[in-house]
Write a protein that binds this ligand. Sequence first.
Ligand SMILES: [Zn+2]
Length: 478
Amino acid sequence: MKKFLPFIILLSLGCGGTNNKIVNQNPDDLRRLTILYTNDEHGWMLREGQNGGAAQLMNTWIEEEGYVEDGPFLILSGGDMWTGPAISTWFKGESMVDVMNSMNYDAAAIGNHEFDFNQLTLLERSQQANFPLLSSNMRSESSGEIVNPALPYIIKTVNDISVGIIGLTATEADDINFPENVAGIDFIDYQDVLYEIVPQIKSEGAELIIIVGHICSFEITSLVPLAKELGIALIGGGHCHETVSKIQNGIGVMEGGSYLSAYAKAEIDFDIITNTVVDIDVSTHNNTGLTKNSVVDSVISIWQGQMDSELSQVIGYVAQNISSNSDAMYNLITDAWLWSYPNVDIAITNTGGIRADMPPGDITFETWVGILPFENFLYVIDITGEQLIQNIPYYVIGGMTTIPEIMLIDGTPIHPDSVYSVLVTDYIYSTSEYFQTADPDPLDTSIHWRQPVIDWIQSLNTNIDDPLDNYLDYEPRQ
Ligand SMILES: [Zn+2]
């Protein structure tokens, strides 16, 4: 590639006159790139309150940001695209990929939730996506090679700028995913990977280098010095559902919230002769769009129709909103499990798996796919009272209470040496070394954790005159 030694002057800009910016004398050499960025979308294609609204976001980008296909734009995602409302979870992310295809996403980082179903499903999603799924640190445990379907990076030319886009996946994906779904995969250290990848991507012609990372802002902050050293201009994050836009040590750092309730934007002025960033500005914006993009909306409508026919079956009625983090919700789930397994003493689950409220009105399958979106199954383990008592502070409990003191629900004290049978999800068991050690041979019921809840609600035949509210236990147990 021909290189010219440009004539550069230093100009003092800004009201305070303190920002020194390099401005190339020849404006013909300057190109603008605008990056529109979302992360942790979690399938929120439909608007609900402040969350969601893919069709509204698309129109915001067109109307407010001047987005045009094949224009000087990149649309990128920081990962965790699916697992959320039923319209996403029921179809194992297929509907969300369709929506993101219709929004012309250029690339997405692979987040930990991309593994929520299994590796085969992720492979199918990657084949369906019109955009690559990026992760440079997702490696085979045995060979150290990049694991299919991840691409470590892509180079895409936009507005005469050769943009290198490197993907990163949260290293804790190893620990927080269902182990079978990440079997054979290591998520290796970001720094090691960047030292390896950046020279490679430069040698392949990337001029402007950016990261799409499913990583939180505290991790980005620790990467900034390295980004500076390696010549990375911008780091987009995700995973912690943060809304972030700042320039740190000259590097743009941004995250666009979550659930498509917001987006981040980077505007980069790039000198295509000197291959330098002349100016970079990052910002975040709420998705307040009022009108729907017809193309995106028509894709959502097709999935909505399909879901309605499968999931709209009414299983009961509730008069008031039952919050996802309420005692009524916690008790309902664990009590329903024990209703299905009357010989088991105790049920415990984690608050993190309960992802939505139960809104007032008809209760459908869809309601519960949204509340408990993950593909978990029930295990029965046998543990001592002492092992139980040590662990319950971290969990939602049924069959027992800690108020006014620790005891079974019938008032019998829990004895440290007695053995109790406990319902847990395979997720909790697989991620708890403590439980694995306490009972190395759990009983796998192969029953989906959502099923007893649906069965129990259906068995009550609730309706507007006799709503589910009448059957809930509102008393805290912790
Ligand atoms: Zn995540």
